[in-house]
Design a protein around this ligand. Structure first.
Ligand code: FES
Length: 517
């Protein structure tokens, strides 16, 4: 099969804002030959982020002929916008897992974190991936008495689970604190350097990587999955959705809520202020800190201000986060501002494995919370093990078919009530306008114009693009994200660019363009 050598100076992402990972040169030998549809691959992996590439590489190395289809370019989704912390503690704390699941499950989760970390280290060593992988201390700190109590519980439960964590007299950053604990042997890396390395290794092992290949529909018959893109048909015995939410309407539309998180990268006036650690406060949502050097320049990266996709103002989130940073640091320059999407599962643990009520040999992975690099890596191991017929010790804990009516049950009810409310409310509210000339430049809005509801965007030159605002997934009404110049769906996090093209699933079809005078 013919390969083309593609070098990108800057990779693409599902958002207008740039993450620091997008700078730099990335080379890939992608396939150019048309896939004939005759070959039956052992596995088709849909999605070219850390989950998809880890799964594809592990399968290909074990002799399973694997093809990976990415709708845009690899790292286009959340992997290109992560803040790339590698932790052995998670958004689901060991204290939570011990009380909602069991003490044994908390220990299992601790093993999972250690194994994911070792996998990233080993894969980067085995395949000579220079991905700026560094081992750091990770501080978690409390600023109030109430937070101190929670931190004490986390410390006790984490130690019980087998994690190396101690009380500390520092928190690594310039935020005053009452109590701090330090998790040893945490890490950070450059996520795009890492996954481009995985992609290169996958291709060298004989895997087929297709970019710009959006799988629009799939079917299953006689033990073979048939996947259709705009110009390609692929047959495979196993199908893996490494796309966060799997497409179509399914139980994960109700079990996982989409959130956006915001990160700002700043240059500091004082060299000594750059942290040599990872650090996290105990707020809800929490702030996270780390440093990274890109092209010889140090940056302080600070994240937070998370909210449900399509439910709050992204510009306001960036403003609040920038004020927060300036409150503690002498900022020389704001170099990067970007946001990215993740999915919060109702019982706090991810869903990884065979798709419930799905076709045979159909796998999915979602609900990583803010720990996508770790869970994406372990998902690669779990799904490749399942396809290879190997047992995996985390299969039950992360089983997508599990029912946990206790843990997260109230959140489950609230999330779904919220989505249902939004679904109904948005279907009846829209500002009526008489003339499209009245619209503000460089912004988008939902309007009622000549009796029709439209999603209209007017660019800086006055050019107007009008779309049908009904999300092609389940019919909610999209809303405009000014910071990312995208139309975001408040129901399940589907996102579209200003021309209506899908940026983020679960929708598989673009928003319909509407011709207006
Ligand atoms: Fe489900 Fe839009 S993402 S309705």
């Amino acid at each position: 099969m013919e390969k083309i050598n593609t070098t990108r100076q800057q990779t693409l992402r599902d958002s207008e804002t740039l993450s620091p990972w997008q700078k730099g040169s990335f080379t890939l030998n992608a396939t150019t030959d048309k896939i004939t549809g005759e070959t039956v691959y052992d596995a088709l992996v849909v999605g070219g982020g850390i989950t998809g590439l880890t799964t594809a590489l592990l399968l290909q190395k074990q002799g399973k002929q694997t093809i990976l289809a990415e709708a845009r370019t690899i790292g286009f989704g959340t992997t290109g916008g992560t803040s790339a912390h590698l932790n052995t503690f998670f958004d689901a704390t060991y204290a939570d897992v011990e009380s909602d699941f069991s003490e044994a499950d908390a220990k299992l989760l601790a093993n999972c974190g250690k194994e994911a970390f070792s996998m990233i280290r080993d894969l980067s060593q085995d395949h000579n991936i220079a991905c700026d992988l560094e081992i750091k201390d990770g501080y978690l700190y409390a600023e109030t008495d109430e937070e101190v109590k929670i931190l004490d519980d986390i410390l006790t439960a984490s130690q019980k689970a087998g994690i190396e964590v101690f009380e500390a007299d520092d928190n690594g950053v310039k935020v005053p604190f009452k109590k701090s604990i330090v998790f040893k042997k945490q890490g950070q890396f450059h996520p795009l350097k890492y996954i481009y390395g995985l992609a290169k290794a996958f291709i060298e092992a004989g895997g087929v990587l297709l970019e710009d290949t959006f799988i629009r529909e799939t079917s299953f018959a006689d033990g073979v999955h048939l996947a259709k893109g705009d110009s390609v048909t692929i047959k495979a015995k196993n199908l893996v959705y490494a796309t966060h939410l799997p497409p179509g309407i399914n139980v994960f539309d109700f079990n996982c809520a989409p959130y956006r998180s915001y990160v700002i990268g700043v240059k500091l006036k004082n060299e000594a202020d750059y942290p040599d650690c990872l650090s996290y406060d105990s707020k809800e949502p929490y702030h996270y800190f780390r440093g990274h050097t890109v092209d010889g320049q140090k940056y302080l990266l600070v994240g937070g201000e998370d909210h449900k996709t399509g439910h709050e103002d992204p510009d306001a989130a960036f403003d609040t986060l920038e004020k927060y940073i300036r409150n503690y640091y002498d900022v020389d320059e704001v170099a990067f501002k970007w946001s990215s999407q993740y999915y919060v599962p109702t019982d706090q643990l991810p869903f990884i494995g065979q798709m419930p009520m799905g076709d045979d040999n159909l796998y999915m992975a979602t609900g990583y919370n803010g720990n996508g690099m770790m869970f994406g890596t372990i998902a690669g191991k779990m799904i490749s093990d399942a396809i290879l017929g190997k047992e995996n010790e985390y299969a039950d804990l992360f089983n997508p078919s599990r029912i946990k009516p206790v843990a997260g049950f109230m959140d489950f009810v609230k999330e779904n009530a919220d989505v249902a409310y939004r679904f109904v409310a948005d279907r009846i509210s829209a500002e009526s306008i008489n003339s499209l000339k009245d619209l503000e430049s460089d912004t988008g809005t939902i309007v009622k114009y000549e009796g029709e509801k439209l999603a209209v965007y007017k660019d800086a030159d006055g050019k107007i693009t009008a779309l049908n605002p009904t999300c092609t997934h389940a019919g909610c009404i999209v809303c405009f994200n000014h910071a990312e110049k995208s139309w975001d769906c408040p129901c399940h996090g589907g996102r579209f660019d200003i021309d209506g093209k899908v940026l983020t699933g679960p929708p598989r079809m673009d928003l319909q363009k509407v011709d207006i005078e």
